[in-house]
Ligand binder design. Structure first.
Ligand code: GLV
Ligand code: GLV
Length: 325
Protein backbone atom coordinates (compact mmCIF):
# COMPACT_ATOMS: atom_id res chain seq x y z
CA UNK A 1 0.00 0.00 0.00
CA UNK A 2 1.31 3.44 -0.79
CA UNK A 3 2.13 5.70 2.10
CA UNK A 4 -0.16 8.66 2.88
CA UNK A 5 0.97 11.95 1.41
CA UNK A 6 1.79 14.92 3.58
CA UNK A 7 2.76 18.45 2.58
CA UNK A 8 4.92 20.43 5.01
CA UNK A 9 4.92 24.13 4.18
CA UNK A 10 8.45 24.90 5.46
CA UNK A 11 11.56 23.19 6.77
CA UNK A 12 10.74 22.52 10.39
CA UNK A 13 13.33 20.95 12.74
CA UNK A 14 14.54 17.55 11.59
CA UNK A 15 13.08 15.65 14.57
CA UNK A 16 9.59 16.29 13.21
CA UNK A 17 10.40 15.63 9.56
CA UNK A 18 12.15 12.38 10.50
CA UNK A 19 9.05 11.09 12.28
CA UNK A 20 6.90 11.93 9.29
CA UNK A 21 9.27 10.39 6.76
CA UNK A 22 9.20 7.04 8.57
CA UNK A 23 5.50 6.77 7.93
CA UNK A 24 4.51 9.04 5.09
CA UNK A 25 5.36 10.25 1.65
CA UNK A 26 6.50 13.73 2.67
CA UNK A 27 6.96 16.81 0.53
CA UNK A 28 8.65 19.78 2.21
CA UNK A 29 8.63 23.34 0.86
CA UNK A 30 12.30 24.27 1.21
CA UNK A 31 12.25 27.98 0.31
CA UNK A 32 12.84 30.51 3.07
CA UNK A 33 9.68 32.34 2.06
CA UNK A 34 6.30 30.65 2.41
CA UNK A 35 4.57 28.99 -0.52
CA UNK A 36 1.76 31.13 -1.92
CA UNK A 37 -1.85 30.25 -1.20
CA UNK A 38 -2.22 28.91 -4.74
CA UNK A 39 0.86 26.73 -4.36
CA UNK A 40 -0.38 25.21 -1.09
CA UNK A 41 -3.76 24.60 -2.69
CA UNK A 42 -2.15 22.74 -5.57
CA UNK A 43 0.22 20.80 -3.29
CA UNK A 44 -2.49 19.48 -0.96
CA UNK A 45 -4.76 18.27 -3.76
CA UNK A 46 -3.59 14.66 -3.27
CA UNK A 47 -2.56 14.93 0.40
CA UNK A 48 -4.06 13.37 3.50
CA UNK A 49 -2.03 15.57 5.85
CA UNK A 50 -0.99 19.22 5.86
CA UNK A 51 1.60 20.59 8.27
CA UNK A 52 1.09 24.35 8.16
CA UNK A 53 2.69 27.43 9.65
CA UNK A 54 1.01 30.47 11.16
CA UNK A 55 1.83 32.36 7.96
CA UNK A 56 -0.28 29.98 5.83
CA UNK A 57 -3.93 30.77 5.26
CA UNK A 58 -5.88 27.53 5.38
CA UNK A 59 -9.50 28.21 4.49
CA UNK A 60 -12.58 26.39 3.17
CA UNK A 61 -11.61 26.84 -0.47
CA UNK A 62 -8.22 25.27 0.16
CA UNK A 63 -9.81 22.36 2.03
CA UNK A 64 -12.26 21.80 -0.83
CA UNK A 65 -9.30 21.49 -3.17
CA UNK A 66 -8.00 18.64 -0.99
CA UNK A 67 -10.70 15.95 -0.89
CA UNK A 68 -8.44 13.41 0.85
CA UNK A 69 -7.31 15.75 3.62
CA UNK A 70 -7.79 14.22 7.09
CA UNK A 71 -5.56 16.31 9.31
CA UNK A 72 -4.04 19.78 9.50
CA UNK A 73 -1.27 20.23 12.08
CA UNK A 74 -0.33 23.84 12.72
CA UNK A 75 3.25 24.41 13.80
CA UNK A 76 2.16 27.00 16.39
CA UNK A 77 0.00 27.29 19.47
CA UNK A 78 -2.16 29.95 17.77
CA UNK A 79 -4.33 28.78 14.88
CA UNK A 80 -6.14 31.91 13.71
CA UNK A 81 -4.71 31.23 10.25
CA UNK A 82 -6.96 28.16 9.95
CA UNK A 83 -10.72 28.20 9.44
CA UNK A 84 -11.39 25.59 12.11
CA UNK A 85 -15.17 25.65 11.61
CA UNK A 86 -14.68 24.85 7.94
CA UNK A 87 -12.36 21.99 8.88
CA UNK A 88 -14.83 20.62 11.41
CA UNK A 89 -17.65 20.78 8.86
CA UNK A 90 -15.51 18.66 6.53
CA UNK A 91 -14.45 16.17 9.20
CA UNK A 92 -10.83 17.36 9.11
CA UNK A 93 -8.93 17.27 12.40
CA UNK A 94 -6.89 20.32 13.36
CA UNK A 95 -4.00 20.29 15.82
CA UNK A 96 -1.72 22.91 17.37
CA UNK A 97 1.37 22.87 19.61
CA UNK A 98 0.35 24.09 23.08
CA UNK A 99 2.44 23.77 26.21
CA UNK A 100 5.83 23.13 24.62
CA UNK A 101 6.42 26.80 23.83
CA UNK A 102 4.85 28.31 26.94
CA UNK A 103 8.05 28.92 28.91
CA UNK A 104 10.07 30.07 25.90
CA UNK A 105 7.37 32.54 24.93
CA UNK A 106 6.98 33.86 28.47
CA UNK A 107 10.76 34.18 28.80
CA UNK A 108 10.80 36.26 25.66
CA UNK A 109 7.84 38.45 26.63
CA UNK A 110 9.63 39.09 29.92
CA UNK A 111 12.85 39.97 28.12
CA UNK A 112 10.94 42.39 25.89
CA UNK A 113 9.39 44.01 28.94
CA UNK A 114 12.81 44.50 30.55
CA UNK A 115 14.32 45.79 27.32
CA UNK A 116 11.58 48.39 26.91
CA UNK A 117 11.56 49.43 30.57
CA UNK A 118 15.31 49.98 30.69
CA UNK A 119 15.71 51.18 27.09
CA UNK A 120 18.24 48.47 26.35
CA UNK A 121 18.01 48.63 22.57
CA UNK A 122 18.46 52.41 22.57
CA UNK A 123 21.44 52.02 24.89
CA UNK A 124 23.08 49.39 22.71
CA UNK A 125 22.72 51.54 19.59
CA UNK A 126 23.95 54.60 21.45
CA UNK A 127 27.13 52.86 22.55
CA UNK A 128 27.68 51.13 19.24
CA UNK A 129 27.18 54.29 17.20
CA UNK A 130 29.81 56.30 19.03
CA UNK A 131 27.57 58.53 21.17
CA UNK A 132 28.95 57.34 24.53
CA UNK A 133 31.11 60.26 25.59
CA UNK A 134 30.47 60.38 29.32
CA UNK A 135 28.30 59.11 32.17
CA UNK A 136 25.05 61.07 32.08
CA UNK A 137 23.16 61.70 35.32
CA UNK A 138 19.97 62.49 33.42
CA UNK A 139 20.46 60.26 30.43
CA UNK A 140 18.83 56.95 29.52
CA UNK A 141 16.29 57.04 32.32
CA UNK A 142 13.80 54.18 32.34
CA UNK A 143 11.13 52.59 34.51
CA UNK A 144 11.57 50.22 37.45
CA UNK A 145 10.29 46.69 37.27
CA UNK A 146 10.57 45.63 40.91
CA UNK A 147 7.22 45.91 42.68
CA UNK A 148 5.40 47.43 39.69
CA UNK A 149 1.92 46.39 38.57
CA UNK A 150 1.66 44.07 35.62
CA UNK A 151 -1.58 43.61 33.72
CA UNK A 152 -2.02 40.35 31.88
CA UNK A 153 -4.55 40.27 29.07
CA UNK A 154 -5.40 36.59 28.66
CA UNK A 155 -4.45 34.48 31.70
CA UNK A 156 -3.89 31.20 29.84
CA UNK A 157 -0.73 29.12 30.00
CA UNK A 158 1.55 31.81 28.62
CA UNK A 159 -0.11 34.64 30.54
CA UNK A 160 0.33 32.63 33.73
CA UNK A 161 3.99 31.91 32.97
CA UNK A 162 4.59 35.64 32.39
CA UNK A 163 2.76 36.57 35.60
CA UNK A 164 4.75 33.94 37.52
CA UNK A 165 8.05 35.48 36.41
CA UNK A 166 6.83 38.98 37.27
CA UNK A 167 5.43 38.09 40.67
CA UNK A 168 7.94 35.54 41.92
CA UNK A 169 11.00 37.15 40.40
CA UNK A 170 10.20 40.86 40.53
CA UNK A 171 7.64 41.16 43.31
CA UNK A 172 5.05 42.54 40.93
CA UNK A 173 1.37 42.93 41.66
CA UNK A 174 -0.61 40.96 39.08
CA UNK A 175 -3.88 42.08 37.54
CA UNK A 176 -5.54 40.15 34.77
CA UNK A 177 -8.42 40.37 32.39
CA UNK A 178 -9.88 37.22 30.91
CA UNK A 179 -13.29 35.81 30.11
CA UNK A 180 -12.44 32.98 32.52
CA UNK A 181 -11.36 33.12 36.12
CA UNK A 182 -7.93 31.59 36.73
CA UNK A 183 -8.02 30.31 40.29
CA UNK A 184 -4.52 28.95 40.10
CA UNK A 185 -3.16 32.43 39.29
CA UNK A 186 -5.25 33.98 42.04
CA UNK A 187 -4.07 31.53 44.67
CA UNK A 188 -0.46 31.16 43.60
CA UNK A 189 0.35 34.67 42.46
CA UNK A 190 -2.27 36.77 44.23
CA UNK A 191 -3.55 37.73 40.80
CA UNK A 192 -6.66 39.84 40.76
CA UNK A 193 -9.21 39.60 37.97
CA UNK A 194 -10.36 43.03 36.79
CA UNK A 195 -12.38 44.57 33.98
CA UNK A 196 -10.56 45.87 30.93
CA UNK A 197 -10.75 49.52 31.99
CA UNK A 198 -9.09 48.75 35.33
CA UNK A 199 -6.41 46.71 33.58
CA UNK A 200 -5.73 49.64 31.27
CA UNK A 201 -5.68 52.31 33.92
CA UNK A 202 -3.73 50.50 36.67
CA UNK A 203 -1.05 48.57 34.80
CA UNK A 204 2.52 49.85 34.63
CA UNK A 205 3.22 46.99 32.22
CA UNK A 206 0.48 45.50 30.10
CA UNK A 207 1.30 42.23 28.42
CA UNK A 208 -0.96 40.63 25.82
CA UNK A 209 -1.36 36.84 25.89
CA UNK A 210 -4.78 36.24 24.40
CA UNK A 211 -5.49 34.55 21.11
CA UNK A 212 -6.70 36.51 18.11
CA UNK A 213 -10.46 36.20 17.69
CA UNK A 214 -13.30 38.58 16.77
CA UNK A 215 -13.46 39.91 20.34
CA UNK A 216 -9.74 40.69 20.57
CA UNK A 217 -9.09 41.94 17.04
CA UNK A 218 -8.31 45.66 17.17
CA UNK A 219 -8.88 45.70 20.93
CA UNK A 220 -6.17 48.30 21.52
CA UNK A 221 -7.00 51.58 19.82
CA UNK A 222 -6.86 55.27 20.55
CA UNK A 223 -9.42 55.13 23.39
CA UNK A 224 -7.64 52.27 25.14
CA UNK A 225 -4.26 53.98 24.96
CA UNK A 226 -5.83 57.14 26.40
CA UNK A 227 -6.94 55.14 29.44
CA UNK A 228 -3.43 53.81 30.09
CA UNK A 229 -0.81 55.47 32.28
CA UNK A 230 1.53 57.81 30.44
CA UNK A 231 4.35 55.71 31.96
CA UNK A 232 2.84 52.44 30.74
CA UNK A 233 4.69 49.89 28.64
CA UNK A 234 2.74 47.64 26.27
CA UNK A 235 4.15 44.21 25.42
CA UNK A 236 2.63 42.16 22.60
CA UNK A 237 3.90 38.64 21.99
CA UNK A 238 0.50 37.23 21.00
CA UNK A 239 -0.89 38.38 17.66
CA UNK A 240 -0.33 41.67 15.83
CA UNK A 241 -3.93 42.52 14.89
CA UNK A 242 -4.97 42.72 18.57
CA UNK A 243 -3.34 46.17 18.49
CA UNK A 244 -4.31 48.85 15.96
CA UNK A 245 -0.96 49.75 14.43
CA UNK A 246 -1.73 53.33 13.45
CA UNK A 247 -3.22 54.13 16.86
CA UNK A 248 -0.18 52.61 18.57
CA UNK A 249 2.15 54.66 16.41
CA UNK A 250 0.37 57.87 17.41
CA UNK A 251 0.21 56.91 21.08
CA UNK A 252 3.96 56.24 21.19
CA UNK A 253 4.86 59.29 19.12
CA UNK A 254 2.72 61.58 21.28
CA UNK A 255 3.81 59.86 24.51
CA UNK A 256 0.26 58.89 25.41
CA UNK A 257 1.99 55.71 26.59
CA UNK A 258 5.66 55.42 27.35
CA UNK A 259 6.90 52.50 25.29
CA UNK A 260 5.96 49.33 23.48
CA UNK A 261 7.75 46.07 22.78
CA UNK A 262 6.29 43.99 19.99
CA UNK A 263 7.17 40.52 18.80
CA UNK A 264 4.12 40.53 16.56
CA UNK A 265 2.82 43.28 14.28
CA UNK A 266 0.03 44.03 11.84
CA UNK A 267 0.89 43.54 9.06
CA UNK A 268 3.53 40.90 9.48
CA UNK A 269 6.28 41.26 8.49
CA UNK A 270 6.11 44.99 9.18
CA UNK A 271 7.58 46.70 6.06
CA UNK A 272 11.07 48.06 6.70
CA UNK A 273 9.99 51.63 5.91
CA UNK A 274 7.16 51.59 8.45
CA UNK A 275 7.18 54.67 10.74
CA UNK A 276 6.97 52.51 13.88
CA UNK A 277 10.64 51.64 13.34
CA UNK A 278 11.56 55.30 13.63
CA UNK A 279 10.33 55.59 17.21
CA UNK A 280 13.00 55.11 19.87
CA UNK A 281 10.36 53.96 22.37
CA UNK A 282 9.24 51.03 20.24
CA UNK A 283 11.10 47.73 20.15
CA UNK A 284 10.15 45.35 17.36
CA UNK A 285 11.36 41.77 16.97
CA UNK A 286 10.40 39.43 14.11
CA UNK A 287 7.94 37.02 15.82
CA UNK A 288 10.59 34.95 17.56
CA UNK A 289 9.18 34.32 21.05
CA UNK A 290 9.07 30.54 20.62
CA UNK A 291 12.44 30.44 18.86
CA UNK A 292 14.56 28.31 21.17
CA UNK A 293 16.16 25.04 20.10
CA UNK A 294 14.18 23.16 22.71
CA UNK A 295 10.79 24.65 21.91
CA UNK A 296 11.05 24.45 18.16
CA UNK A 297 12.17 20.82 18.31
CA UNK A 298 9.29 19.92 20.58
CA UNK A 299 6.86 21.80 18.36
CA UNK A 300 8.11 19.84 15.35
CA UNK A 301 7.64 16.50 17.09
CA UNK A 302 4.21 17.48 18.41
CA UNK A 303 3.01 18.65 14.98
CA UNK A 304 4.32 15.43 13.40
CA UNK A 305 2.58 13.34 16.05
CA UNK A 306 -0.65 15.18 15.34
CA UNK A 307 -0.30 14.34 11.64
CA UNK A 308 0.43 10.67 12.33
CA UNK A 309 -2.51 10.32 14.72
CA UNK A 310 -4.82 11.96 12.18
CA UNK A 311 -3.68 9.63 9.43
CA UNK A 312 -4.35 6.61 11.67
CA UNK A 313 -7.84 7.92 12.35
CA UNK A 314 -7.09 8.62 16.01
CA UNK A 315 -7.84 11.72 18.05
CA UNK A 316 -4.85 14.06 17.84
CA UNK A 317 -2.71 14.45 20.98
CA UNK A 318 -3.49 18.17 20.82
CA UNK A 319 -6.63 18.60 18.77
CA UNK A 320 -8.43 21.95 18.67
CA UNK A 321 -11.65 20.53 17.22
CA UNK A 322 -12.12 17.38 19.37
CA UNK A 323 -15.67 17.08 18.08
CA UNK A 324 -14.21 15.58 14.91
CA UNK A 325 -13.75 11.91 15.79
C1 GLV B 1 3.39 31.57 17.61
O1 GLV B 1 3.03 32.71 17.48
C2 GLV B 1 2.49 30.51 17.92
O2 GLV B 1 1.26 30.71 17.91
O3 GLV B 1 2.99 29.41 18.18
C1 GLV C 1 -1.31 29.30 25.13
O1 GLV C 1 -0.46 28.42 25.28
C2 GLV C 1 -2.06 29.91 26.21
O2 GLV C 1 -3.08 29.32 26.61
O3 GLV C 1 -1.63 30.96 26.72
Amino acid sequence: MSKPRVFVTREIPEAGLELLRQNCDVEVWTDLLPPSYEVIKAKVAECEGLLSLLTDRVDAELMDAAPKLKVIANYAVGYDNIDVDAATARGIKVGNTPGVLTEATADFAFCLMCAAARRIVEGVLYARNGHWHTWEPRGHLGQELWGATIGILGMGRIGYAMAYRAHRGFNMRVLYHDVRENEHAEQNLGAQRVDLDTLLSESDYLSIHTDLNPSTEGLFGREEFAKMKDRAVLINSARGPIVQTEALYEALRDRVIWAAALDVTDPEPLPSDHPLYTLPNCIITPHIASATYTSRNRMAVMAAENILAGLRGDTLPTQVNPEVK
